[in-house]
Design a protein. Structure first.
Length: 297
């Protein structure tokens, strides 16, 4: 009996048991999934913006303030994606570790109208925050998250490093596979119409041209002029790959597709994972997007 008590006591006092449920809040579903991959059994992750929900228009509620106030780590994308972050931090008086996952990534810049990504890197607008659509950038996300978890839980540092390395290997495999899928598509056919301008990093990585009626944020209405210009462009360039997004209102893209004389070919996952099978994790989401895009083009 004494031996059993000693064993139980040692387990309760061990570093892993003490931090088995490190409370972590992630800003939205993609950040939450990557954090869970790195944190494993040592973390308990809550996502403020859930699957199939739009983080651009999210408004924190008192329950969200409470979640953050009780957390030890807060994982955000950064690059201006979470426009509500400062208000939430102030309300929660958060004192823990904040991890900006995209820290260290050189962002693409967008023009003031929300479009016009500069593939040469010239600064002529503001940052496009959707860096996770390039798996090579997610490698940096993983390193930043592992470092942040280690600051909050020093005893788990080796564990986080090991899981980060394993996940990064899977990301490299995914990137290599995606490159092969798109290599089979003629360059002239790599043109896609989507709901909002969220895929520029994917376009840059695999030489695909994305067009959208809305800019990088869904909280801004597309102007009649920009929609009319896009319809003409789709007709002129004979764009065949047209997609809605899982967290966007499809009415605009349906209208645009109808007037341009093209069909909506399927669904892409841009700013949120799905609650349905096929895109419940970042790896699944990316694979689903690449498959849909390569087949449609």
């Amino acid at each position: 009996m004494k031996l059993r008590k000693i064993i139980v006591s040692s387990l309760l006092l061990s570093p892993l048991a003490a931090w088995a449920n490190l409370p972590v809040v992630a800003s939205f579903s993609i950040m939450a999934d990557i954090t869970r991959e790195v944190g494993g059994e040592r973390v308990s992750v809550v996502s403020l913006v859930g699957a199939d929900q739009d983080a651009h228009v999210f408004q924190p509620k008192p329950a969200d303030v409470k979640k953050l106030a009780e957390a030890k780590v807060f994982v955000v994308n950064g690059l201006g994606f979470e426009g509500w972050i400062n208000r939430l931090n102030k309300s929660a008086n958060f004192k823990g570790v904040t991890v900006t996952a995209a820290n260290g990534i050189k962002p693409l810049e967008v023009a003031e109208d929300g479009h016009g990504h500069d593939e040469h890197g010239h600064d002529h607008g503001h940052a496009d925050p959707h860096a996770w659509h390039n798996p090579q950038h997610v490698l940096r996300y993983v390193d930043n998250i592992a470092a942040g978890l280690s600051r909050a839980d020093a005893a788990g540092a080796a564990y986080y490093r090991e899981r980060a390395a394993a996940y990064k290997a899977r990301l490299q495999e995914l990137d290599s596979w995606a490159g092969k899928q798109f290599a089979a598509v003629p360059a002239a056919r790599r043109k896609v119409l989507t709901s909002h301008d969220a895929f520029a990093y994917l376009g840059q990585r695999y030489a695909i041209r994305f067009m959208a009626p809305q800019g990088v944020s869904t909280d801004a209405e597309a102007s009649a002029k920009s929609v009319a210009q896009l319809i003409r462009q789709v007709k002129k360039e004979q764009v065949k790959a047209v997609f809605i997004e899982n967290m966007s209102d499809r009415r605009l893209i349906d209208q645009l597709a109808k007037e341009a004389g093209v069909k909506v070919g399927g669904k892409l996952y841009s700013d949120a994972l799905s609650s349905q099978p096929g895109a419940r994790s970042y790896l699944e989401m990316f694979r689903s997007n690449v498959t849909a895009l390569s087949q449609s083009m």
